[in-house]
Design a protein around this ligand. Structure first.
Ligand SMILES: [Zn+2]
Length: 154
C-alpha cells in the first residue's frame, strides 16, 4: 500500500469570524433610492439599470450583485395588480370601449414598469448585500485548515 502524498482541501465561503450584522430594511431602502447599501451616500447605478462596480463614496464592492430576473418578476406582479385591478374597477363604474381601455392601460403599464424597475433592482441588490449573498460577505473562499487527508485505498 503506497503512502498518499496528496492533500484534500475543502473550500468554503464560511467566514472565520462572525461578521457584523447588516440591517436588511436600511439596505433595501438605500438601494431603492439608488444609493450604496453600505454607506447610503454613493450612487448605486452608473446608467439605467447598470450598477457600479464599486461605491464612489465608501468603495464597497457591488460587483457581486446578481439581481437577475427578480426585479422583473416583482415589477410584473406589482404592475399587473395595479393595471388589471384598475381596468376591472373602472369597467364596473364607467364602462368604456375596448379601444379606450387599451389607450389608457397600455401606456400606463409601460410607464409604471419603466419607473419601477430601477428602484426595485436597487432594493434587490440592497437585500443581497445585507444577506451577504453572492460574495457580499467580504470573504474570498479559502481552504479549511486541518482537514485530514483520508488515507488512499489502493
Ligand atoms: Zn458606499
Amino acid at each position: 500500500m503506497a503512502e498518499s502524498t496528496a492533500t484534500t482541501e475543502l473550500w468554503t465561503n464560511a467566514p472565520k469570524t462572525k461578521p457584523r450584522d447588516r440591517d436588511v430594511m436600511t439596505a433595501i431602502k438605500r438601494g431603492m433610492l439608488g444609493c450604496c447599501p453600505a454607506c447610503g451616500s454613493g450612487k448605486m447605478f452608473r446608467a439605467f439599470l447598470k450598477p457600479v462596480d464599486n461605491c464612489a463614496a465608501c468603495g464597497e464592492d457591488l460587483s457581486h450583485q446578481r439581481a437577475d430576473d427578480l426585479p422583473a418578476y416583482l415589477v410584473i406582479v406589482i404592475v399587473g395588480h395595479i393595471v388589471v385591478g384598475g381596468f376591472m374597477m373602472t369597467d364596473l363604474v364607467w364602462p368604456m370601449s375596448n379601444w379606450a381601455h387599451l389607450a389608457i392601460w397600455s401606456p400606463l403599464t409601460l410607464i409604471l414598469a419603466l419607473l419601477m424597475i430601477q428602484p426595485i433592482k436597487g432594493g434587490v441588490i440592497g437585500l443581497q448585500w445585507a444577506m451577504r449573498m453572492h460574495g457580499f460577505g467580504g470573504e474570498e473562499p479559502e481552504p479549511e485548515d486541518k482537514i485530514a487527508s483520508t488515507p488512499a485505498v489502493d
